[in-house]
Design a protein around this ligand. Sequence first.
Ligand SMILES: Cc1ncc(COP(=O)(O)O)c(C=O)c1O
Length: 438
Amino acid sequence: MVFSRIFGKDRPASNQAEPQEETAEPVDDNSDSPDLEVEDGPDESWATRARRVIVGGASTGSKRPDRLYGDPTGLPTHFLRASGCRVETTDGLQLIDCTMALGSVALGYAEPQLTRTVIESLANGSVSGLPPALEVDVAAALCGVIPCAERVLFTKTGAEAMSAAVRIARTYTGRTTVIGCGYFGWHDWASDSPGVPSEIQKQFRRVPFDDIAALERAVAEVGNDVAAIALEPVIERMPSKAWIERARSLCDERNAVLIFDEMKTGFRLATGGYQQYANIVPDLAAFGKAMANGYPIAAVCGHADLMDAAEHTWISSTLANESGGLAAVGAMIAWHERVDVCQTLWNTGKEMRGVVGAALEASEVSGVAIDGIDPMWLMRFDDPAVETAFLAAAVSNGVLFKRGAYNFPALAHDEEALRDIESAASAAFVELRERAGR
Ligand SMILES: Cc1ncc(COP(=O)(O)O)c(C=O)c1O
C-alpha cells in the first residue's frame, strides 16, 4: 500500500536513520488509507516512482530532482514530515531546510498555533455557497498593513495574482503592453516558454533590473500602449531608489499602472513588502508566499478605483476564498502585529549567510560567491558540478540548501539550527577542497 509508507507507524527515530527498507510486501498498517496502488519495484527510488506518475517528478518545477541538485542521483527528493526548520525525508534523513519551501514559510513548518487556527477554520467548513465572513475581515486587515491596499482580491497562487493585476491594469487603461522585470509565475502574459503564442509574447516587454535608461527606452518605444510597468522590486539586491522612482514617474506621466510583485518581499522585508520598506507606493501589488506561511493563497490589492476595474472584466475562481488560506493570512497578520517577524528574518538571514560565508572563507574554496540580501540570500557557483557536489555534501551533513536561487531564513532557524548549518557548510566546503586537491 503506497500510503502505508507515508502514514505507517514504523518511522525512523534517529537523526540519520538507516535507509528505509522497502520490502517486497510492505506491511499494511493503515487499513483506513485509500487503496491507491502504484506499481513499483521494491528498490525503486521515490524520484523514479514520482517521475512515472508526475510531470518531471514534482508539480512544483523548482522542486524537481534536477532543479534541487543539478544531478540528482541518490539524493533525497521527497519529504514525509516537516516541522520547524526540519524535514524528514523518505530516505529517513533529518534535514535542516534553508529553502523554506521557496520562501513561502517564514515562521516554520507546521507551526502549531497557526496550524490549529487553520484546522479550526477548516472544521467550520472550508467553503459554502456564500463567501466566508472571514474573507471580509482578512481583506480589511490586509488593507491595514499594505500601503497601496484599499481593495483586495484573493487568488490561490502568485501567478494568478499577478495575472489578475495585469488584467486589471489592461481593463483600467484600455491598453495592452506590459513592461516588466522579474519572475511573475508561469502564466502566458509574461512567459516566452514553448506553448505561449508569439502574439501574446509581443505584448510583454522585458527590461533589465535597475536600468533606468532601458526602462525609459522601452516606455518610449511602446508609446501610448503601455498598460503597466510590472516589477519584482528586489532581484538579488536592492534596486536603486532612482529606478523605482523613475518607474513611478513614467507610469504617472503615461497614465499607466505601476505593479509591484511582492511575492517574495511581502511579509519578509517588511510586512507591507518593499513598498513599505522603501516608502514608494505602487498602484497595484501582488502578495503570496510568506503572507500565509505555506498555505495556498495569494492576493492582488491596490487603489480602489483601479481595483474596481476588476468588476468590468472577469476574474474569479471557485476556491479563491477558501477558509484555510484566509485563516492563515489572518493569523499571519496578527503574528506580525505581535512580533517583529521581519526584523527577525533580517537578523536570522544575516546570521545564516554569515556562518555559511565564514565556512566558505575558512575553506579557501574559490569559485563560490554569496549574494542577495539577508532575508533572501543565495550562493553562486562558477561550476555547476561543484555546486552539485556541495549540495550533496551539505545534505549528507544534514542541511538542504537551494540550488541557484534564494535560501530563506525562518523564525524556526534557532541558534542550534544555525550552528548545525555552519558545521554542515564547513564540512561540505572542506569536502570540495579535498576533491579539488585530489
Ligand atoms: C516574484 C514572484 N512572483 C510570482 C511567483 C509565482 O507564484 P506561484 O508560484 O505561487 O504561482 C513567484 C514564485 O516563485 C515569485 O517569486
